[in-house]
Design a protein around this ligand. Structure first.
Ligand code: ADP
Ligand code: MG
Length: 571
């Protein structure tokens, strides 16, 4: 075991040497209190900073075990600890120098409470903090003394901010309680037949299109009386708000009255939010997925029935029911997104007319009369079967297409951001003003929505590129991953909210590639990797990067489905 004193000596020795000498500091160093590890040492002051880890055993951090007694509590505590540590580092002494010299960055923050590799608890209750440090340099020379002061003194001191004596235990408890209640309400939703719950008083709109902060002066959310439910929580007593029932729901209203805002809040309700966000008590079934049209996306071997008769598409006679295309249209991409989500176990779909191809949503009487050779059978004719036979609910925002009033169980009308339930009135209008359209001819053989089981082959995940065949999988921001020679577009995966999730998707694709054998269905591959790797061993074990965050089966599966190299064995 190498002690802190040995690292101190080493850093003095290499002071003024070429930057590469820092490599000798790689690995673990021990003090009586903690372990400091340099898991990756940068080769250059201008390169990506080094990965550093601090391990604080239970005896040292001394945080009460009740703070991590359940999974949601553990996630919330770690999230809170990472934010606290980030603040302590920001308050620490500055080190001058070249490149990212002396800069400490902790991947923490954001509106959601997320499991991150930046902070995890080990099975023994040790806190593991991971972050990046620009090892100090003057020009391209080691600043050994500054490195010693930073690594051996400033960082351990910052770590005291997360120990029992200093951490704001009351705030930590509040976060844990909030996250646990959120998770517990999520399980209650199912038993009560609800897709989501929005507590009265919630603040749904954000300050701007590029901000996650709540809009000040917003009209608080209020449930219509007819949909009001009261749910019990473990830590906050009964909470009252709108319970949106499973089935087919339509959200309508005039332009700019808050439809999209409501849908986006429901989308976001899969994750717990930090206190003060305004959406702390917006709770959505974790298996709810936003789908949208995505012109140009890649679709691989998806049986698009009953929405699209693939073998009747122009030029495709006799080529089977499954569609593979590297350039899907608005309607085929939406049909694929719906059926892929179902394959991955979605329990409800969220759609916004703004981002959905109209011809997949509906075909009115006139178009039915005019266009005979139509291969698309729109969602409106299947949305009820999707719910009744496959257990997949739909929540659809529509402004222009009243035909959906024929098939909706619940109709919400937004008026100046206030939600009214108008299901009865909508049914009366639907009777008085028939659309004249004929529902899709013969219904598909029951059950009309069997869950597909497409099995990817290993080659799908081959991201080698160039003559030397070096693997390249690198997230660029939240919406794109450079993958091999190409690009994986995550733009339609709206429920990914943090860049660290995109990085995790990249790392997970690599893992899935090792398990893919052409005989294991995609849904199983994705669940296995998430359960056996991430849940059991943590995100940092997946890849030693301090900026990874948890992703869901539905989003990871959706990423795989968009791989342009995806190959599915025909079974
Ligand atoms: P729609 O989809 O019905 O056209 P949006 O949801 O896009 O409407 O909302 C339009 C505008 O109203 C947005 O700028 C949004 O931030 C704002 N807004 C939404 N809900 C509220 C609210 N409850 N209070 C105040 N402003 C809101
Ligand atoms: Mg809108």
């Amino acid at each position: 075991m190498r002690g802190f004193d040995a690292l101190e000596r080493l850093l003095q020795q290499i002071d003024g040497s070429g930057y590469g000498a820092y490599k000798r500091a790689a690995g673990e160093w021990y003090s009586r209190r903690l372990v400091l590890a340099l898991d990756h040492v940068q080769g250059d002051p201008f390169a990506a900073p080094s990965c550093v880890r601090l391990e604080l055993p239970l005896e040292v951090h001394g945080l009460p075990e009740e703070l991590w007694s359940s999974r949601p509590r553990r996630v919330a505590l770690c999230d809170f600890v990472a934010r606290t540590f980030a603040r302590a580092c920001a308050d620490g002494p500055r080190v001058g120098g070249s490149g990212g010299s002396g800069r400490v960055s902790v991947d923490a923050g954001g509106a959601e409470i997320l499991a991150r590799s930046a902070c995890e608890l080990t099975a023994e209750g040790a806190l593991s903090l991971r972050f990046r440090v620009g090892l100090p340099a003057r020009g391209r020379r080691v600043m050994g003394r500054a490195a010693g002061a930073l690594l051996l003194r400033a960082l351990p001191r910052a770590s005291e901010s997360v120990c029992a004596g200093q951490l704001d235990l009351e705030a930590a408890r509040a976060w844990a309680a909030l996250a646990e209640d959120h998770a517990q309400l999520q399980t209650q939703l199912r038993a009560r037949g609800l897709v989501c719950f929005l507590r009265d008083g919630s603040v749904l709109p954000r300050a701007s299109g590029v901000s996650a902060a709540p809009l000040r002066g917003a009209v608080p959310f209020r449930s219509p009386a007819s949909l009001q439910v009261t749910l019990e929580t473990l830590h906050h007593g009964p909470v009252t708000g709108m319970g949106l029932p499973q089935g087919v729901s339509v959200i309508t209203g005039g332009g700019f009255h808050g439809k999209t805002t409501l849908l986006e809040a429901i989308q976001a309700g899969i994750d717990p939010h930090v206190p003060g966000d305004g959406r702390e008590w917006v709770v959505t079934d974790p298996q709810v997925v936003k789908v949208r049209s995505e012109d140009g996306r890649s679709v691989t071997a998806v049986d698009l029935r009953p929405f699209i008769q693939v073998d009747a598409l122009p030029g495709r006679a006799g080529r089977g029911a499954r569609l593979t295309t590297r350039d899907a249209s608005g309607s085929t991409s939406l049909a694929a997104a719906i059926l892929e989500a179902h394959e991955l176990g979605a329990r409800a779909l969220l759609l916004d007319e703004d981002t959905s191809a109209t011809n997949l949503l509906v075909r009115d009487a006139r178009m039915q009369a005019l266009v005979e050779r139509e291969t698309i059978s729109p969602l409106i004719d299947h949305v009820r079967a999707l719910h009744e036979q496959a257990g997949v609910s739909t929540v659809l925002v529509v402004g222009g297409c009243g035909d959906y009033l024929d098939v909706a169980d619940t109709v919400l009308l937004l008026e100046e951001y206030r939600v009214l339930e108008v299901s009865e009135r909508a049914r009366a209008i639907a009777r008085e003003l028939p659309t004249g359209r004929a529902p899709a001819s013969a219904p598909a053989p029951a059950p009309s929505f069997p869950r597909a089981a497409r099995c990817p082959v290993a080659a799908s995940f081959d991201a080698r590129r160039g003559r030397r065949g070096k693997e390249k999988i690198r997230a660029r921001g939240l919406r794109e991953i450079a993958f091999g020679e190409g690009v994986l577009d995550l733009g339609a995966l709206e429920q990914l909210v943090d860049e660290s999730q995109a990085r995790a998707v990249g790392a997970l694709l690599r893992r899935i590639g090792r398990l893919a054998d052409g005989r294991t269905p995609l849904a199983e591959l994705v669940a296995t990797v998430l359960d056996e790797e991430v849940e059991a061993r943590g995100l940092y074990a997946l890849e030693a990067r301090p900026e990874l965050a948890r992703v869901r089966v539905l989003d990871l599966g959706a990423a795989v489905n968009r791989l342009r190299s995806l190959e599915i064995t025909e079974v």
